[in-house]
Design a protein around this ligand. Structure first.
Ligand SMILES: C[S@@+](CC[C@H](N)C(=O)[O-])C[C@H]1O[C@@H](n2cnc3c(N)ncnc32)[C@H](O)[C@@H]1O
Length: 218
């Protein structure tokens, strides 16, 4: 099955609200834990979260890594509003800030010390823009960890995944999940992107049947 693009940004209020209310705790905490075990010597610095959504991962990351300041980037205004409110309620406004802009346009005063990104790449029409920006956004040799969905073989398989993992979720979330699966990349496509961008130091892993993870020092 070829990739079918979905809208780049999650700008609809109801869509952002449904995403913020969904329980991604296991996946998100697993992502943060994976960063810590992958980079045990990394303790402090500015960490960029590209496509941060409603802020759950920045909050988990900041709690797990007390020496880090997190900069979340998301071009959806409703998402950033939800993220700012979640961070305020978590008492972490001093350590987590947000930029409401497309990652392609982000210009930091100096590169970050690490970068993370979960579930962004499948939204992006040209994935090479993402890998290009990721490399420029951090200092040479910095840790990066990127995770996203794997595209299934067929629309029927995508629907079966939605039914299996989100049977009780609101319709809007089930629709977005289905569309995200169709817009996602295969392991081979991601490996080809890394090769094209000369990011050969990054390793790709498929930890379960639904996700790929790319990590390493960039
Ligand atoms: C599926 S959500 C993932 C949110 C979060 N990373 C998480 O794992 O919970 C993807 C987010 O990426 C944002 N996004 C998509 N394209 C973007 C771009 N070019 N620049 C910045 N944010 C973008 C969307 O608005 C959306 O909030």
């Amino acid at each position: 099955m070829n990739r079918i693009l979905e809208p780049e940004l999650m700008e609809d209020d109801a869509q952002a609200q449904a995403y913020a209310e969904a329980d991604f705790s296991q996946e998100n905490q697993g992502f943060v834990d994976r960063f810590r075990t992958s980079f045990p010597d990394f303790f402090e610095g500015h960490v960029l979260d590209l496509g941060c959504g409603p802020g759950d991962i920045p909050i988990r990351f900041a709690r797990a890594m007390p020496g880090c300041l997190v900069i979340g980037v998301d071009a959806s205004a409703p998402m950033v509003q939800l993220a700012e409110e979640a961070v305020r309620q978590a008492g972490l406004s001093g350590r987590i800030t947000f930029l409401c802009e497309r990652f392609q346009a982000v210009a930091l005063s100096e590169p970050a010390d690490a970068a993370i990104s979960n579930s962004l790449l499948h939204h992006v029409p040209n994935p090479l823009q993402f890998w290009h920006k990721l490399r420029l956004a951090v200092k040479p040799g910095s840790p990066v960890l990127v995770m996203d969905l794997l595209r299934p073989e067929s629309p029927e398989e995508a629907q079966a995944i939605v039914d299996l993992h989100a049977s009780k979720a609101p319709d809007i979330l089930r629709r977005d999940f289905y569309n995200s699966l169709l817009a996602a990349f295969t392991e081979d496509e991601v490996a080809a992107q890394l090769a094209e961008m000369n990011l050969s130091r990054l390793m790709i892993d498929v930890p379960d049947g639904r996700h790929w993870v790319v990590g390493g020092l960039v």
